[in-house]
Ligand binder design. Structure first.
Ligand code: NAP
Length: 305
């Protein structure tokens, strides 16, 4: 029986681990399929306080992991595949096999990158279609690339990809970017980067690998083909809350609803990070709510509420 089980290993989960470990609660963390979460798929993090010259996302995660380990967190490279939150202690199923029990749970399962939903996109995923510029950018040295989306992620990925690509075209469905002003300015100044406004991808072209995109201009309904060897999709995320469905209250988009700090509708179950935050979605806010969840879990274990 564990006092605290933490599900998910991004900045929220790792911060919760540091705090619960330092409270002598011997936290046990299930890292999930994408250990370290979204920061492991990013490059420079320039806005995490304490790093005046920036830090690489994977390094930041590695450091948080080492810090959590130092205070006694136990890590498991495994998935929680089922939970029963109807009675305490809670029951968690690991990799559809083993069953464990916990007095309290911190959910920090984060969110996963969305795809456009085209058949040609899934067929060519990993063969020119990617959701991770850091992972796959290198494969497109000297080649033209397209990035889909108009938010900070799209511009960050597009800017990063100009290090490798011959040219990067950002394809956005509107004529106004959602990205922050500073990201926009940076992208606009980059002469290896251009924009296709009011355009949607109708099909990813190519047999074995991506050879281009068929685009539709939404202002005149005309289609044309863009020559590119890679398509990076950066159109937002979906919270990873499937295993809690029917047990934990979520909003219409699947984000966990929290009240009084990080409490969910089930006493003893807390949520932190992007899984409960569709608005701020920053590493620092995830870490902040991870700290809150740890303190809330500690109080719950002491007082029962
Ligand atoms: P986002 O802000 O939700 O932007 C998603 C973009 O994708 C929007 O431009 C949206 O278009 C477009 N989009 C959504 N669905 C689409 C579809 N089916 N087809 C075509 N386009 C579609 O998501 P994000 O860029 O991933 O950013 C998430 C959060 O993380 C934000 O708060 C952002 O500020 C933050 N972030 C920060 C940094 C940083 O500070 N370094 C880096 C990355 C992300 P519309 O604009 O038309 O809705």
């Amino acid at each position: 029986m564990h006092d605290v089980v933490i599900i998910g290993s991004g900045p929220a989960g790792l911060t919760a681990a540091i705090y619960t470990a330092r409270a002598n609660l011997s936290p046990v963390m299930y890292e999930g399929a994408q250990a370290g979460g979204q920061l492991t798929l990013t490059t420079d993090v320039e806005n995490y306080p304490g790093f005046p010259t920036g830090i690489m996302g994977p390094q930041l995660i590695q450091d948080m992991h080492a810090q959590a380990e130092r205070f006694g967190t136990t890590f498991h490279a495994a998935d929680v595949t089922k939970v029963d939150l109807n009675r305490r202690p809670f029951t968690l199923t690991i990799n559809d096999e083993e069953t464990i029990h916990a007095k309290s749970i911190i959910i920090s399962t984060g969110a996963t990158a969305n795809l456009l939903g085209l058949a040609s996109e899934s067929r060519l995923l990993g063969h020119g279609v990617s959701t991770c510029a850091t992972c796959d950018g290198f494969f497109f040295r000297g080649k033209p690339i397209a990035v889909i989306g108009g938010g900070d992620s799209a511009l960050e990925e597009a800017t990063f990809l100009t290090k490798f690509a011959s040219h990067v075209t950002v394809i956005h469905r509107r004529d106004k970017l959602r990205a922050s002003k500073i990201m926009q300015d940076k992208a606009m100044k980059n002469d290896k980067l251009s924009f296709r406004w009011n355009s949607i991808v109708e099909e990813v072209l190519g047999d074995g690998v991506v050879s281009g995109l068929r685009l539709r201009d939404t202002t005149n309904n005309q289609t044309d083909n863009l020559d590119c060897k890679g398509m990076f999709v950066a159109i937002g995320h979906t919270p990873n809350t499937q295993i809690f469905k029917g047990q934990i209250d979520t909003d219409a988009n699947g984000y966990i609803q929290t009240t009084h700090g990080t409490a969910t509708n089930v006493p003893g179950v807390f949520a932190a990070g992007d899984v409960q935050d569709s608005h701020y979605r920053q590493a620092i806010t995830a870490a902040g709510t991870g700290c809150m969840a740890a303190m809330d879990a500690e109080q719950f274990l002491e007082t029962g509420d």
